[in-house]
Design a protein around this ligand. Structure first.
Ligand code: GDP
Length: 480
């Protein structure tokens, strides 16, 4: 397990000392600055005036010190702080680390940071602390990725999946499959070394069965899990469509009042459309309300479809709203046809609204005219039918992929990158399987087994290419 903290010091600690503000911008009670690398303590001591005089050599590991950060030249005070020095290797990065807690003012944080960089540290890149933790062997790559996922989690389900991964569950699963492959490779290597005894050593049928049970089946299961995880991790995108006044904004508001997902505003959100995250049974659903782009003079074509076309193309789900107080209109059908012309694959859920005023509206009448799509009846105004709406959305999107009793907290859930490598690993195993069936020479079997091992190594970061690592750590925020 790479995440046990008390291990030998890293073989290749980075030369440079890095620093960053670890807390988000904007005022807060406390702000944290992190320094990591060989000069951490030295830089800190240059700027820190402890309340009780402490000689540089007397600073204790993991002890909180109270004092002031001061300008090293003039001695003028910058802020009153608490600070802790943590000695390598039992730290997040496995390097010497100092964390300074100051007041949560961006100006103070910037001022302290600039004094730290002027004293010999450089600004950290996004994710560089975690990258060092990975490079120094404290985390495997799946655990490093879990750190971002934990930070970005929008629902409890996504959070608990990330925690499981951070604990090393995926790592353990992959390692155990790797071990099985290594054992098989050992048999094949013996067969290579003793060709005259090959038939005694290598039982193709037994090996094939072993490959299936111990490697292929677990890989197939992990690949299926990746699809399940994706909907909780990344969520899905939905669009609310419908004629003017059917209740699109009212529905969005109702959903948000009940279950707004905890997210920070999405940068780049356009002024034309309103985008919000709603938490539907743990699945973050990004909903685009096209009502915001409506103008009273617009024709049906313009009514949303035109400017929402790009959003619509991205969306996995269309919540197609209808007004129960009026019969199905030509406009409804025209709008529906344009949705279907745009994409045949999208899931469409008809949402018959305002049943508080028209309780007798017959759902069949509407859905029959609209491709027989599934329909739920609601009143956005009175919050009726909303839980049925959520259940239906959930089963439309997740139902087919998610097995019964699936608990994101327990599940080992690979992400898209892992899935890609798992599929390639599975392909390599299929080649081994074919080779065993056709009595391929052990040398060639060994090549494919090795290639399967390589793909699994990419997942945990043993063999991952530098550019892939860069891409992974670029997703992090600065200071993590
Ligand atoms: P949009 O143009 O599709 O976004 O529709 P709005 O959400 O703005 O709603 C249009 C009108 O219908 C407003 O006056 C809402 O109060 C009303 N409305 C929306 N949903 C309901 C509902 O479920 N029942 C009733 N009685 N009125 C509704």
């Amino acid at each position: 397990m790479p995440n046990s903290s008390d291990q030998t010091p890293p073989a290749s600690s980075a030369e440079e000392t890095i620093a960053a503000i670890a807390t988000p911008p904007g005022p807060g009670g406390i702000g944290v600055i992190r320094i990591s690398g060989p000069l951490s303590l030295q830089i800190f001591q240059k700027l820190f005036l402890p309340r009780h005089q402490t000689k540089p050599q007397d600073y204790e590991n993991r002890r909180m010190y109270y004092g002031w950060i001061v300008d090293p030249e003039s001695g003028s005070p910058v802020d009153e702080v608490l600070a802790v020095f943590m000695r390598a290797p039992n730290t997040y990065t496995r390097e010497d680390v100092v964390e300074i807690q100051c007041h949560g003012s961006y100006l103070v944080l910037q001022e302290i940071l600039s004094k730290i960089t002027a004293s010999g540290a450089r600004l950290a890149q996004p994710g560089e602390f975690t990258k060092r933790a990975f490079l120094n062997g404290r985390l495997d790559l799946t655990q490093a990725e879990a750190v971002v996922e934990l930070i970005e989690a929008k629902t409890d389900e996504a959070r608990s999946m990330a925690v499981g991964q951070l604990q090393g569950r995926l790592y353990e699963k992959i390692s155990s499959i790797q071990e099985k492959l290594v054992a098989m490779r050992a048999i094949i290597e013996v067969a290579i070394d003793f060709p005259e005894d090959e038939t005694d050593i290598l039982d193709p049928a037994a090996l094939k069965q072993q490959l299936k049970d111990e490697v292929k089946d677990p890989l197939i299961e992990l690949i299926a899990r990746a699809d399940e995880g994706k909907i909780f991790r990344e969520g899905i995108s939905a669009v609310i469509l419908g004629r003017p006044n059917v209740g699109k904004s009212s529905l969005l508001n109702t959903l948000l009042e009940e279950d707004r997902a905890l997210v920070t505003p999405v940068p780049g959100t356009t002024r034309d459309t309103i985008e919000e995250f709603v938490n539907i049974k743990g699945m973050p659903v990004r909903i685009v309300d096209t009502a915001g782009i409506r103008h009273t003079t617009e024709t049906v074509e313009e009514m949303g479809i035109q400017r929402a076309r790009a959003k619509l193309a991205d969306a996995e789900l269309v919540l197609f709203m209808l007004d129960a107080t009026a019969p199905l209109a030509v406009d409804d059908q025209a709008l529906y046809n344009s949705v279907r012309q745009n994409s045949k694959k999208q899931k469409v859920l008809l949402v018959l609204n305002k049943i508080d005023i028209a309780p007798g509206a017959s759902p069949e009448q509407y859905s029959a005219g609209l491709g027989g799509e599934p329909l739920v009846s609601i009143s956005a105004k009175e919050h009726t039918g909303i839980s049925e709406l959520k259940d239906t959305v959930f089963s439309l999107i997740a139902g087919s992929r998610k097995g019964p009793g699936w608990d994101p907290g327990d599940a080992v859930v690979p992400n898209v990158r892992h899935k890609d490598a798992l599929k390639k690993g599975l392909e390599a195993c299929r080649r081994v399987e074919k080779g065993l069936e056709t009595a391929l020479s052990p040398d060639l079997l060994a090549i494919d087994l090795q290639s399967a091992l390589g793909y699994l190594g990419d997942i945990v970061g043993e063999t991952t290419a530098e550019d892939v690592l860069d891409m992974i750590f670029e997703r992090f925020c600065i200071g993590k």
